[in-house]
Design a protein around this ligand. Structure first.
Ligand code: FE2
Ligand code: FE2
Length: 302
């Protein structure tokens, strides 16, 4: 059996020929540079770069994952849920409308730039299908059945469930705020999910776990910063939302960092190579974000 295989394939260039349009917030501010024609560059992708004999490393770590990583899951009954942070729709209509009105009043102090970043964060959370797909490309740790009892898979499903509520909560709050063009956001979500994510982890769990630990740290910082800014702008409810999500991200970062530390212990050479690889090539999850008009939307964010 070949120890390492590489494949090279080209993703067909995608050309959209749409009329020039602009994105606006409800306060009328134009966001981003939009182009009538967008071209997605061809990308070289490496697959299955981990030698097959390394699969044994991840197999041997399964008991350790059960004992040391699964505890990073919070029991569902003790977990927060999005509805705790949102206007209560199950009360009478007057009370619900009053809570929505108060929400819309609170967000008035937040800038358009804040909302652009909040929407980008929300879209990042809502690309969960892509993120779980990428996790399940990793050799030796993927969920082989969709409900596997392998500890790596038990962890990945629990992690995905927590990420799912981040997107649910942010999306609903943004929708109720009335500050953004939801149709445009929803189209962007569709384009972005179709584009996927090319994070260059090569089906290689060493690369995948280093990437995840860095990525969770980045999301911890961004949600934490958004919490601070919301508080300063007079929306303590949104500050609590972003702070609560940031706390989940910190726990995720701790889990993935612990996995990388264990890999450094059992296989320092391969793990150091993965750290060097990811350190120089980190790709943000939304790097292929597109609204159907701007192929370089991520770089053009204000
Ligand atoms: Fe998240
Ligand atoms: Fe996370």
């Amino acid at each position: 059996m070949q120890s390492t295989s590489f494949s090279q394939f080209t993703i067909q260039s995608i050309v959209w020929t749409l009329p020039r349009l602009t994105t606006t917030t409800t306060t009328g501010r134009k966001i981003g540079n939009l182009f009538p024609i967008s071209v997605m560059a061809s990308r070289h992708q490496v697959t299955h770069s981990m030698p097959p004999e390394k699969l044994e490393v991840f197999k041997s770590l399964e008991p350790w994952v059960s004992e040391n990583i699964l505890d990073f899951r919070k029991p569902i009954e003790k977990c927060w849920q999005p509805s705790e942070f949102l206007p209560n729709a199950s009360q009478g209509p007057d009370g619900f409308i009053e809570e929505v009105r108060a929400l819309r009043q609170r967000v008035l102090g937040l800038s358009d730039e804040y909302f652009v970043t909040l929407v980008a964060n929300m879209l990042g959370e809502e690309t969960l299908p892509t993120n779980l797909t990428v996790f399940n490309t990793l050799d030796g740790v993927r969920d082989e059945t969709g409900s596997s009892s392998c500890p790596w898979a038990i962890w990945s499903r629990a992690w995905a469930a927590e990420e799912n509520r981040h997107g649910d909560l942010l999306r609903t709050y943004i929708y109720l705020s009335g500050r953004v063009d939801m149709m445009m956001i929803e189209k962007t979500m569709q384009y972005t999910l179709r584009a996927g994510l090319d994070n260059k982890t090569e089906n290689n769990p060493y690369l995948g776990f280093v990437y995840a630990s860095i990525q969770e740290r980045a999301t911890f910082f961004t949600h934490g910063n958004m919490a601070r800014l919301a508080k300063e702008a007079g929306d303590p409810s949104l500050a609590r939302i972003c702070g609560t999500i940031a706390s989940d991200e910190k726990r995720h970062e701790s889990a993935y960092t612990k996995i990388v530390e264990k890999l450094l212990e059992v296989d320092p050479n391969a793990t150091m190579l993965a750290i060097a690889h990811d350190k120089n090539r980190i790709v943000m999850p939304m790097h292929l974000m597109c609204d159907g008009q701007d192929s370089n939307m991520y770089d053009n964010l204000p």
